[in-house]
Design a protein around this ligand. Structure first.
Ligand code: TRP
Length: 332
């Protein structure tokens, strides 16, 4: 038995590669938390079918996402790393939780509202609507104490807490009520071409992907938008492009900002860009190499997925049995 608090988090396999923003904003924290927590991390492929998708692409992205989780330093010996659809208890619990969620309550989720404006509510899937409840199931099935997520997930976490408290109130103590662990965006990385926007896979020109070739990423960093001054100082409001490059350097080297800025005294944006590119490449090149190695051995990846799923199910099945019993289902 471990006395460590438990965390669970998930990431969607909706891109061919994670990017440096995912790495600094989430994955690197996940790796660090292995020192202090009992960690469960999953590739949430079931969430990835809530909008239109291609099956072959999804399968490939699930492999690639899983491989990248290992490549950044998540350790399948210490942590439980798995693919959501391989653990059927998530959907089984989600159904029970859906029956505890008010229609109005679910309708207030802003992410659904945002995502459904694209195709219109009429054409959005019911799965997109119930997405946050599946997410609640992901968390509650493991009795997680904390959930490291970005600010955009705060409302889903609130719903998760409400559902846990409601279920406990109605059926007796069943779920741990998880705390959101909003990852402080000390290293908030913005779009290289559009520094007013967060770096995102949907704007690939300003996004540094972990799996792109060095030459591609280097070129993106070297053509980062800056400003018409020449001075290098850290001013995220007035000089967002320059500040972004400095932020990446700080986040990846751990050096103090004042120290980094001082090292550019009398030097120009060209140096700042090429040195930032060097620092970024030093970090992502080994991740890319390791990911490729892992992807070349599908049998080994499948084995590691099965190991994670087995471990996850050992915990998830205990919660599910309790829930089924409490709501009045007859055990087989
Ligand atoms: N909705 C989360 C996101 O888009 C992904 C996710 C699914 C998740 N299930 C989760 C995050 C459980 C934390 C815990 O980022």
């Amino acid at each position: 038995m471990t006395a460590r608090p438990r965390v669970l988090s998930g990431i969607q396999p909706t891109a061919d590669s994670f990017h440096i923003g995912n790495y600094l904003g989430a994955l690197r924290e996940w790796v660090r938390m292995q020192e202090t927590h009992d960690c469960f991390y999953c590739v949430v492929d079931q969430h990835a079918i809530t909008t239109e998708h291609d099956p072959g692409v999804l399968r490939e992205r699930t492999f690639t996402s899983f491989a990248q989780l290992l490549a950044v330093g998540l350790d399948p010996e210490r942590s439980t790393i798995f693919v959501q659809s391989q653990v059927p208890e998530h959907s089984q619990l989600a159904w029970v939780l859906e029956c505890q969620t008010g229609f109005g309550e679910a309708s207030r989720m802003t992410q659904f509202k945002d995502k459904s404006v694209k195709g219109g509510a009429e054409r959005s899937s019911v799965g997109l609507f119930t997405y946050p409840i599946l997410q609640a199931a992901d968390i509650l099935i493991y009795q997680a104490n904390a959930v490291p997520v970005g600010e955009d997930q705060r409302q889903h976490l609130e719903l998760t807490r409400d559902l846990a408290q409601r279920f406990n109130g109605t059926f007796g103590q069943t779920f741990t009520v998880p705390e959101p662990m909003i990852i402080k965006e000390t290293a908030k990385v913005v779009d290289l071409q559009e520094p007013s926007a967060k770096m995102s896979k949907s704007a690939p020109g300003g996004c540094v992907f972990l799996l792109d070739d060095d030459s591609v990423s280097r070129k993106k960093i070297k053509s980062a938008v800056t400003d018409s001054e020449r001075e290098i100082r850290f001013d995220p409001v007035g000089k967002a492009g320059v500040a972004n490059l400095l932020t990446m350097q700080q986040a990846l080297t751990g050096r103090g900002m004042a120290d980094i800025v001082a090292s550019y005294e009398g030097r120009g944006y060209g140096d700042l860009k090429s040195e930032t590119a060097d620092i970024v490449m030093d970090v992502i090149a080994p991740i890319r190499a390791r990911t490729r190695e892992l992807l070349a051995d599908r049998a080994e990846l499948l084995r590691l997925m099965a190991l994670g799923a087995d471990r996850a199910r050992a915990t998830a099945s205990i919660t599910l049995r309790d829930v089924y019993e409490k709501v009045g289902f007859i055990p087989v």
